[in-house]
Design a binder for this molecule. Sequence first.
Ligand code: CUA
Length: 332
Amino acid sequence: MHAHATRHERPRARAVFSPLAALGLAACSGVQSALDPAGAEAERVAVLFWIMVGGGAAIWFAVVGMAVVAVRGRRHGREEQVARWFLLGGGVAFPVVALGVLLGWGLSTMSDLRAAEGQHRIAVAGEQWWWRVTYETPQGPVESANALVLPAGRAVALELSSPDVIHSFWIPPLGGKMDMIPGRTTRLVLEATKPGRYRGVCAEYCGVSHALMAFPVEVLAPADFEAWLADESEAAVPGDAVAEGAALFEAVGCGACHAVRGTAAAGTIGPDLTHVASRGALAAGTLPMTREAMERWIAEPAAIKPGALMPGFAALGPERIAAIASYLMALE
Ligand code: CUA
């Protein structure tokens, strides 16, 4: 009986341990790690973090070492005098100096981080539960949603707002987080240093689907970014092959909430869908950008994102949903 039990316990212990180990390792790298910096601000935050960890560890070992010596060491005659020096030195002088230096350095880092001007302006509004993204271009604003594309090596000023509840905008590998507060616009200047793909999240509890509002971030070389932005500014060209889905999209009334530039759809309640298929993720980082996921989302969004304002269209039946999904997947 006992042998039987251990045979079953071992794999179970491994099963518990390996995800924990994977989590521990995954926290240090990847698309959403503040410890794998790819931005000017995130690099400083990571340096601050490692100095705090190193300093904290050194102080911890020193204190524990002294405690061990105090407990195990041999007693000698000048205990009271030594104790007074330990209290003054370790209890007053050392913390004042260490914390004072850290505070001064931390404050100087902060002002450096947030003073910079951005060469590009992008407005991001936190909605329940998705992101409204508006790129400023010389030709006027270009609206997008649920994905962010940034140029590498250039400071970008993000103007953050929210129409209703507080969200917090955070792309851990690029920089610190900034609250999005109803009634005011907050500013975050980020400079991505490495082209690549990252992931941003909402870092402030904002309602039932708070954990379901993320966004892919793509950092491009400046010339690629300019080309991308010119492309993004264009109207959608879905092609004749998906005309049936386009007609259904209009007939069913999707355009009352969604805009698709170049078509009659001009709604502003939901995400702009002009180039939806190029965004790398669906439903604000919740689903992969695939046809199957698109069909699931159209059929029952509330089952995927509780509290989503979009009504489900399962009543249309699988064929018409498939036609609308084909149309949307052609909006690149
Ligand atoms: Cu938006 Cu949490």
